[in-house]
Design a protein around this ligand. Sequence first.
Ligand code: NAD
Length: 479
Amino acid sequence: MAIGHDIAGIQEDADGRDTIDVVNPADGTVIGAVVAGGPADVDRAVAAAADAFHMWSTTPMSQRISHVQALAEGLARHREHLAATLSSEMGSPIAFARSAQVGVAIADLERLVDAARAHVERESVSNSLVVSEPVGVVAAITPWNFPLHQIMLKVGAAVLAGCTVVLKPSEVAPLNAAFVGDILREIGLPAGVVNIVHGDGIGVGAPLAEHPLVDMVTFTGSRQVGEQVARAAAGTIKRVALELGGKSAAIVLDDAPLKDSVRGVLASCFANAGQTCAAQTRVLVPERMLEDWQRAAVEQAVAWAPGDPKDESTATGPLASALQRDRVRAHIATAIEEGARALTGGLEVGEPTPGGAYVQPTIFTEVTPGMRIFHEEVFGPVLTITPYATVDEAVDLANDSVYGLSGGVWSSDPRRALDVALRMRTGTVGINGAGLDVGAPFGGYKQSGVGRECGVRGFEEFLELKSVMGAAALHDDGS
Ligand code: NAD
């Protein structure tokens, strides 16, 4: 039976409504459906969030923290169910779903709670009392690649800040979001604080992004849709936070450990079947290490062969949908046409599970900045290798992108790696394989986005600042 919206604390049914099928990409079977919402549903959900705003924004921080802690505990309690749901709706291998999809979502909430606890709501600045207040009604629009993580970074931070939320989860992977609605009821979050409207981008995302009663839109997804969201939000000058795509580079310095650097770069590029916005998909290798690095990469790529996502040992599942599989295959075909040489992978692929949307993890070498594969985000398991002669050239190649989300540097001398990391125009850089740190700011330079998620900065995105001039002394009085 199709799942309806979750508005003002009520799980609606979908009787008589158009619905969107949810398809398991491992075999193409329909595993559920959600209602295909429209502008009238958006109006109802935004009204519910606006009605709840006064109550929630005046709820003491300690109670807001208790609710978000209870949500984190709820995710942990239902970890197996959530992991199985995520695995079947977007193809994540079950072990990865448990640790990275659900585990990271729990850590997101824990670090946001730390930030909220340490937050100083009032301070004296110059002659003023500066007070931070919630920004208002928040529209959160999320994608399918790390769906639960992306929902928690937005909903967790907004709710802690005292905002109320209308969430539009990805129509490709909405079942985990619907279950989050059940957990929110289970933990007793007041009605209207978080509302969930299902549907596609045109039916729900677009009307939400331009809704006059929405104060802020926080979006994660593609660069193209991010631009549309920002334009829609501009009509009423909403605050906008955008987490968009990337084409991140790993720079292997000439003193880098060979096998570890290969292992780390392949993990960054191939995990989640390459559907990670911060994946390091371009590796820059010193000319004199090229042959050895390529040989080790081909050897290690075997460990990333696609398999059944239900199998505990599978590292690469299907892509999240047949559509995404087709997009990735088109990128691979273009790269081959442009003269990139496939060391492993390519267009041939078996079907570990019949009817699955698989792509063979692929490594291209002889990739130059003149090729589209060097610049375009693939969002699939495709790594490009480009040799370089000097460190300056490597930095220039890394920065030769319209994106600036992430990157990596490998060296046996961490200080040398740091010097290079500081020259990269990206929001995060991992040294020697260090991965996502949900306690530190996460977000992009250039066309990778606006704003930051995670931890203190991710929490502060949802606050307004009010300077009450002439009131500095009142704060000192403890008033
Ligand atoms: P997408 O941009 O197509 O969709 C994202 C969300 O926006 C979905 O919920 C979708 O329904 C909605 N949407 C679509 N059109 C809309 C519109 N006109 N107005 C408002 N909402 C609309 O992205 P996707 O295919 O779900 O995800 C893959 C893309 O997301 C990749 O390009 C990837 O790089 C990017 N991404 C970035 C990050 C990050 O943190 N930077 C994280 C995950 C994914």
